[in-house]
Design a protein around this ligand. Structure first.
Ligand code: ZN
Length: 457
């Protein structure tokens, strides 16, 4: 089945054809690690995780190479380390670990490769040298600049005209620029900047600009022309436009064949409760919501569309997952048939990752499973599990899901055990009190021959 993807470069949906089906390459710009990540930052890793899963299904897991970088040198990192009075490497290692844990809780599988900018400084210097030699870059007052007018088709990704580009570039005032649209490839070290943020180069001590980091990492870990390059909509200009300028002028070939961009996430504090209105960090939200619920909510809108992040979206996502897991629970003791992913879900994802349709297909499948005769249960279980695996959902023990998050589960387990003990001691008033209290929280106790279990209703 063909995968069709919307390509920002051609502004149309195209059938995806990799250069080499034995080695499909994808690069997505990763975070700058100096603080906790905002929920908006979770959209690209979740969207491209879904594409990674789909590509692995189509081409085989060993034939897809996905690189997502970590930017571990930057003005904001230097400032954060100075403020904390800690070495830069300590700050970046700390926040990288938290970032990976946070997106891991959202069901994001680790990319094949995680290049770090500071491991590729030599590659950046090599590309800058190449650009200088070819007349696409020049040393300025504060480092080396890319000569934008030297590239005839600069601006082809964003489609911005010259005035719009200059207006965008004006914030970065630099007297050494030949043209207002020129941008920094290498930044000369400023007095007082820490030693760990400066490297030797043919243009003196300094550090790379942000855009050149990705050009160098893409080349080093994936090659000069890759299949898919992704990121948030906000990166189209100037970041991706400048990556294209650097890589294509240095190597003389296209940088990436398909450019994919996810839409923004908007947060309306008024639509959130007081307690959640200010919670914007993934790390904090995970204390209130299960990671799988957050993943479901992130996939509820098509990745290119804006997503309105509200409390009702989260609650609705939780309710839908409860229903899906209940369907799994009915058939939990059945051996799943080896069915592969259902066509409805697969077709939806192959059509430019249409997650709203894929999730609707998954819900419809659960409804069918609930009505199915026992002889069809193995097939439905196989379909639900395969669809869930493709979407990054439904892989947990349905009993665990029904029991809610682990921290709360311990408390409820203790109460249920207290009720069993009260009944044994014939203290039925106490046993009833515990049952009533738990019922008020929406928890139902089920007494069976093997003891008492509980679930959320
Ligand atoms: Zn990048």
């Amino acid at each position: 089945m063909d995968i069709r993807l919307h390509n920002t470069l051609t502004r149309e949906k195209q059938v995806f054809l990799p250069q080499n089906p034995q080695r499909v390459t994808m690069y997505v710009c990763g975070p700058t690690v100096y603080s906790y990540a905002h929920i908006g930052n979770a959209r690209p890793p979740v969207a491209f995780d879904l594409l990674f899963r789909l590509l692995r299904l189509k081409y085989g897991a060993e034939h897809v190479v996905y690189a997502a970088n970590i930017t571990d040198v930057d003005d904001k990192i230097i400032a954060a380390a100075a403020e904390a009075g800690k070495p830069i490497a300590e700050i970046t290692a700390h926040f990288e670990r938290i970032y990976r844990e946070d997106i891991g809780a959202l069901g994001v599988i680790e990319p094949t490769l995680r290049p770090h900018a500071t491991e590729h400084i030599d590659g950046m210097i090599a590309i800058i040298s190449e650009l200088v030699a070819k007349g696409h870059a020049y040393p300025g007052k504060d480092g080396v600049l890319f000569d934008v007018p030297s590239m005839a088709d600069y601006g082809k990704l964003s489609g911005r005209n010259r005035d719009e580009m200059v207006a965008g570039a004006r914030v970065e005032v630099d007297a050494g620029k030949k043209d207002p649209a020129d941008f920094a490839l290498w930044k000369a070290a400023k007095p007082g900047e820490p030693k760990e943020a400066r490297w030797d180069s043919p243009w003196g001590e300094g550090r790379p600009g942000w855009h050149i980091e990705c050009s160098a990492m893409v080349k080093a870990v994936l090659g000069e022309t890759i299949d898919i390059h992704g990121g948030g909509l906000d990166l189209i200009f100037p970041h991706h436009e400048n990556e294209i300028a650097q890589s294509e002028c240095a190597h003389g070939k296209p940088m990436a064949r398909y450019w994919l961009h996810n839409g923004f996430l908007s947060m309306d504090s008024e639509k959130m409760s007081k307690s959640l209105g200010n919670v914007k960090l993934i790390h904090e939200l995970l204390k209130h919501y299960d990671g799988e619920t957050m993943r479901f909510a992130l996939m509820s809108a098509h990745y290119r569309q804006p997503l309105d992040w509200t409390e009702s979206l989260l609650n609705q996502s939780k309710a839908t997952l409860d229903r899906l897991y209940n369907a799994m629970r009915r058939i939990k003791d059945v051996h799943a048939a080896n069915t592969g992913a259902p066509d409805g879900v697969l077709n939806a994802l192959c059509d430019d990752l249409n997650t709203p349709l894929a999730l609707a297909e998954l819900s419809a499948l659960a409804t069918e499973a609930n009505k199915a005769e026992p002889q069809d249960w193995p097939r439905f279980k196989g379909l639900l599990l395969a669809a869930g695996s493709l979407l990054g959902l439904l892989q947990r023990d349905p009993e665990d899901w029904a029991r809610g998050d682990a921290s709360d589960a311990d408390r409820i387990d203790a109460l249920v055990a207290g009720r069993v003990a009260a009944r044994k001691a014939k203290d039925f008033a106490e046993a009833d009190r515990i049952r009533r209290d738990l019922a008020a929280e929406g928890i139902e106790i089920m007494d069976g021959p093997d003891g008492s279990t509980w679930r959320r209703v």
